[in-house]
Write a protein that binds this ligand. Structure first.
Ligand code: NCD
Length: 324
């Protein structure tokens, strides 16, 4: 294990939890991104492990299936030296009928320092955070927020384009059910980017104009002159009823292929939070285009961003003398 580097955040972060992007200031978002930047190089070394979080316990509590987000949080905690425990619904007493609050109280009694929580209901993570003594990170709650996804998207964009402010970002597809879209809209608006939502009316929230975005119902017009094209998965697990006529038709009108991409800027980047449905919202060749697609880089940045969030939220435990 590498000796502990002094990775204390450069400025204080005034929140105990990270429940969403809404309400964070540009300076707070900048702090999280700068802190993440410092871990990117470390994550590319052979020895990826630090000891800053030695003695601290992180519990990943996932009430919903997840592959990349859970793995990413697990790696992030371990690379910082924490003890990481994974709990998923399939193997826990939640299946036996325990309530969310009882689960929270039980885990709280084990004195964890950090809980990373994913839940299918919007607002459940915030409710849980009110019942525990430790810091809580929202790893996705219903269709509400997924703050670390928006932060890793922002880090990917900032590293490629050198800035966020002034960029034109198109978020396309199933916006109605997407916590990724909601967190990204807040982050990009806060950081001075322009956001366009491109989707059929059935896949947009009713109050969409209040989000401070432009709305388009046509891919070619929606993608015109964009710097970033962010595609979203059709979240069929959150759909009750038919939102699209058929997958074939959806791909024809809303799937990203080279033809539609031609209206974006020639240097536009293609993003997707994963998991991708090839041939539904994105053409396979476009997704794998090494000159345009940064989908794999997003996954890499995810670990660095989660390390930053963990470091910043536990800084008050590790450096109590610096907390005013
Ligand atoms: C997203 C999620 O779970 O909200 N995926 C992820 O975090 N990697 C998006 C999705 O499920 O489509």
């Amino acid at each position: 294990m590498t000796a502990s580097q002094d990775t204390a955040p450069s400025r204080p972060f005034p929140h105990r939890h990270l429940l969403g992007i809404e309400g964070l200031t540009p300076d707070e978002i900048g702090l999280l991104l700068d802190q993440a930047e410092a871990s990117v190089a470390q994550n590319r070394q052979v020895d990826k492990k630090r000891s800053d979080l030695r003695g601290l316990t992180q519990i990943n509590l996932f009430f919903e299936e997840s592959t990349r987000t859970r793995t990413s949080f697990e790696l992030a905690g371990k690379r910082l030296g924490a003890d990481v425990i994974n709990m998923s619904v399939a193997t826990s007493s939640i299946k036996k009928g325990e309530t969310l609050i009882d689960t929270a109280m039980t885990l709280n009694a084990m004195n964890p320092d950090l809980l990373v929580v994913r839940h299918p209901h919007s607002g459940a993570v915030e409710l849980l955070s009110q019942k525990v003594a430790c810091a809580v990170i929202n790893a996705g709650d219903g269709s509400h927020e997924h703050p670390t996804q928006a932060l890793l998207d922002a880090l990917t964009i900032r590293r490629r384009k050198g800035r966020l402010s002034g960029l034109l970002v198109a978020i396309c597809g199933d916006i109605l059910h997407s916590r990724v879209a909601r967190s990204n809209i807040h982050l990009l608006n806060t950081m001075g980017a322009r956001v366009r939502l491109v989707a059929p009316p059935t896949l947009l929230p009713a109050s969409v104009e209040r989000l401070g975005v432009e709305v388009h119902h046509d891919m070619r017009r929606g993608l015109a002159d964009c710097d970033i094209v962010m595609m979203l998965r059709l979240q069929s697990e959150r759909m009750h009823g038919a939102f699209v006529p058929s997958i074939r038709e959806y791909f024809h009108f809303w799937g990203l292929d080279y033809d539609k991409l031609a209206s974006a800027r020639p240097d536009a980047l293609i993003m997707h939070p994963g998991p991708m449905n090839r041939g539904v919202e994105i053409d396979s060749a476009v997704a794998d285009d090494i000159d345009r697609s940064v989908i794999r880089e997003q996954v890499e940045m995810g670990v660095a961003v989660r390390m930053a969030c963990i470091e910043i939220l536990t800084a008050r435990l590790r450096h109590p003398e610096r907390v005013s």
